[in-house]
Write a protein of this length. Sequence first.
Length: 705
Amino acid sequence: MKTILQLRNFSFLAILLLVLNFNTIGQPIVSVIQPNEAGIQWVIGDTYLISWTSTFTLGTKIDLIDYTNPLLPITTPIVASAVGSTYSWTITAGIFAPGSAYKIKVSSAICGDCYMDESNAFFSLVSSAPGTFIHVEQPNVGGITWLKGSTYLISWSDNVPGTVKIELWKGGVLHSTLATGVVGSTYLWTILNDGSILSGLDYKIKVISTADAGISDNSDVNFAIAAAGSGGTITVLQPSLPAITWVRGNSYLISWSDNISGTVDIKLFKGGIETATIATNVVGSCYVWPIDILTAIGIDYKIKVISHDDAGTLDESDNDFSIQASAPGTSITVLQPNIGGITWLKGSTYLISWIDNVPGTVKISLYKTGVLHSVVALDVVGTTFLWTIPNDGSVVTGIDYTIRVSSTVDGSIQDFSDNNFAIAATGFGSITVLQPNVGGITWVRGYSYLISWIDNVVGTVDIKLFKGGVDVGTIATNVVGTTYVWPIDILTPTGIDYKIKVISHDDASIADLSDADFAIQATPAGGAIAVLQPNGGEFWYIGNSYLISWDDNFPESVNIDLYEIDEVTLKYSIATNVVGSTYVWNTTGHLPALGGNYKVKISSTLVPALCDFSNAAFSLNCLPLISVYPNPADFYLTVKFDESSTENFTLSLTDRFNMQVYERNIDSEGMKELRISTADLPNGVYFLTITSGKSVETKKVIVQH
């Protein structure tokens, strides 16, 4: 291993600080603050704050300890040298796995574990937050008709991570995919008028999580698609409710419904007087309005939507709304550079970061001795900015610099670095590989792993893979920053003699190689797969969607096939190249014969012999027709069974907190209709679960008085 002087070329002053820190002020102390309490759950893919207190100032090393096997805990590095007493940790999928026996360890970055502390209690990493859901908001009530050739707003509420997919269903069958990778909770859909979509009364919208197809929701009731008409009405939908407040400098959605042909104009009224034309010749039924920063504040605004071709066809907001300068409690807090002792080099690139809840973008300014030096960036979106410090003489060296981040909309909302930082001339440069760098590391083909290093070089770096001391390939070139996530190709040769080399892109003499070999293997030892569901005895009904699940320990995708009970006769392929360990099967398509003679086979896409069948046969049957209406319900809810139904059913109505509000057992052979009183139930979403000896069906019910 390298000495401290070999690693970083510390100056005499840095060495003196190190000696003073460890010898003249007593033994350093470090203590984990967060996560430290029992019962904490963090979601993989999200970002969380790790915090601690310490008396040493030369960097803090952070590791994740997995105590699933307390006799052989597993340590995974998070960061080699964090500055300050907080670190924002983005939990990367593939590197960190779900588990409930985790602790955070913080220790000195200089002397390893000689000064360290761990979380007092275990915390958990989970794949998705409990209670994750999607709920279609529009179209979702009865009586909606959308016209071909027009544009309409599809909206939903959710708390799923990542993007969603939007599908159009007709008569309970997938018609087409409208959009994939959708960000946010709204989507503008222009209905094609080319014959690909027929007029009909039985359409629904389905919104599905891209990350987990098991999290989805359909429109509760059908809506109609009709040919474009002429004439008609306009109804303003937003802003129309009481007590709405919009903030200058932000953008907001104006929406309406209409059945007119042609476009509309949108006008702004204040105190009943027209003050501005927001837009003309708008196609569709919504418009995103960026409110100008100079718009007068007030509480008596309304929106009016008018047919462009017929000014007599119009509608305005039902209630006044407000426009104000900025939202209450708006603030900015600079996170980096923010602590004392930071030195940045001219010609290098550094991360400026902050947290805020301001509308719109921000401006970043450089101050020297409390006086504005220069504007670093304008109209910055987000909460981070990579600043390459000019090396052309425009920025001089000094120890009295601060960063100011201010709202573009309202310059009074701002924050400065709490402490000065230094800007120095470019050094000779060095690189030190941090990961993989210790012995005993094994990485698996098909997974992604973090390569990290520290450097003070100017410009970018290249990353190369060495095996047995020989360069076997370039992993990446022109990498900015000090980390890179490497997805190891499935065809990479296995071996135990690999190393990573990080090289300055502009000066190949500045480089570093892993101190120890690491291994790459094909798949976790003892590759195996086990079908979990269906696994024998299930009663599944044609027309419903069911979860197929399995457990495996290999990285490649799988194929899912339907077989007769003999495990020889293939009926058809359900899905190919499925990633993960679950798949939602819609049994509507490619219907096999009804009966109880089926098994599911799940197999590796790379090694077909690596497979498993359901332990026993499961059944596919016709679903008895059960109608639940009206929905939304006011004073009562009716459950009606098909005339051919002869089964005993248990009906359970629960609220959105899973608290039961009604339960009853009935024999559908003698009772075909049941009325449930909803008069005393609060408005909201409820779930009616109808269970028999062969099926479980849950319907979403809305109570609206």
